[in-house]
Design a protein around this ligand. Structure first.
Ligand code: DAH
Length: 351
């Protein structure tokens, strides 16, 4: 066989191999071209030995090239056949309608997130825009600007977690995990002019021993309305409407005087205990008095208004701040705040 013939042989073999339909046909093609005894190429290989020395190199090169092309074609076709077989297998599997379906686990919002959204939604119906603020706060916003200067006894009520100040621990500007969302009242009033209607949900921190209704990390929501001619009647109207929307007619609402340094007058809102309905003096959730304190509120103190440059003879406002977890407890009937943070899916999946 001359060199040209070898090239033609290889061309034919490559075309032939590319057309085989299955593994058996592929093996037959391999034997046909490369088989030791009868393979078309082995005949040519044997011939090398019989050639005169000067023809040998060119001829063996042509044999090798033909062999390499045929081997490559065999490999390529084998891979293609394997892939096609796998594809068929997968397609067959996909069509197996008898397999039980895989269980789909759909996530859900944590009951605290659900409650935050519910508060935002309800406040939106009352005209309040939801905004957020920093969890790490300056002493100024958390205390001073809210009429709680250093040494004021109200600070004791808000034992907190002080943190080192990344700007260099300047002792004249202490920083803390905010103890309530009320500092956002100041930040909002500094930035905006009345009318203001905002609600601010967010995480708060206190140095506190936990019990059934207290956690050291918890959520509050803060409402603030500033306008001309706002009165305590507006505050009550908003808070009662809020309570109706959260609980329907289920909870009784108790509204009574309280004291906060940044409101005057101040009041407290409590809801009737959903666990004992006031009938169990030993109740762990309400402590036995039948009421769960849910929010502090009041008319924004004139000194607070003055501090942010508002004229208290023109503008008045009301504010309230409540615990998200307490609302979540009242909504879900969860008897202990700590249940929300134990990450036990058996509890969380109920909501
Ligand atoms: N910040 C207070 C607390 O954490 C609650 C509070 C009381 C918020 C009166 C207010 C308010 O906006 O007017 O106990």
């Amino acid at each position: 066989m001359a060199g040209d013939d070898l090239k033609k042989l290889a061309d034919r073999a490559v075309a032939d191999i590319a057309a085989v339909k299955d593994v058996d046909a592929l093996e037959a093609a391999r034997v046909r071209y490369l088989g030791r005894r009868e393979g078309a190429l082995s005949e040519a290989t044997k011939r090398i030995a019989t050639l005169p020395a000067k023809e040998k190199p060119a001829y063996s090169a042509a044999v090798n090239e033909a062999k390499a092309r045929i081997e490559a074609a065999l490999d390529e076709r084998a891979a293609a056949l394997r892939e096609a077989a796998l594809g068929r297998e997968l397609a067959a599997e996909r069509e197996d309608m008898t397999l039980p379906p895989r269980r789909v686990r759909v996530g859900r919002l944590h009951p605290i997130s659900q409650t935050v959204r519910e508060v935002s939604r309800i406040c939106a119906t009352l005209g309040f825009e939801t905004i957020e603020g920093p969890e790490i706060e300056w002493d100024y916003y958390n205390f001073e600007a809210l009429n709680i200067p250093p040494g004021h006894p109200a600070r004791e009520k808000w034992q907190t977690l002080w943190i080192s100040n990344p700007l260099g621990d300047d002792p004249s500007r202490p920083m803390l995990g905010r103890t309530h969302t009320s500092p956002m009242q100041i930040r909002v009033m500094e930035k905006r002019r009345p009318p203001i209607r905002v609600v601010i949900p967010g995480r708060c921190y206190r140095y506190e021993a936990t019990d059934a209704i207290r956690e050291s990390i918890f959520f509050q929501y803060e409402g603030l309305a500033i306008d001309e001619k706002l009165t305590m009647a507006d505050l009550k109207g908003v808070l009662y409407s809020f309570a109706r929307q959260v609980f329907g007619g289920d909870r009784k609402v108790r509204f009574r005087p309280d004291y906060f340094p940044f409101t005057e007058p101040s009041a407290e809102i409590a809801f009737s205990c959903m666990i004992c309905e006031g009938r169990d003096p030993e109740c762990h959730t309400c402590g036995g008095d039948g009421w769960i304190e849910a929010a502090g509120c009041g008319m924004v103190h004139p000194d607070v208004l003055r501090r942010v440059g508002y004229d208290p003879s023109r503008y008045q406002g009301f504010a309230w701040g409540g615990g998200i977890e307490r609302l979540a407890m009242l909504r879900t009937g969860a008897p202990d705040i700590r249940l929300f943070y134990q990450n036990d899916l058996r509890f969380l999946e109920q909501f």
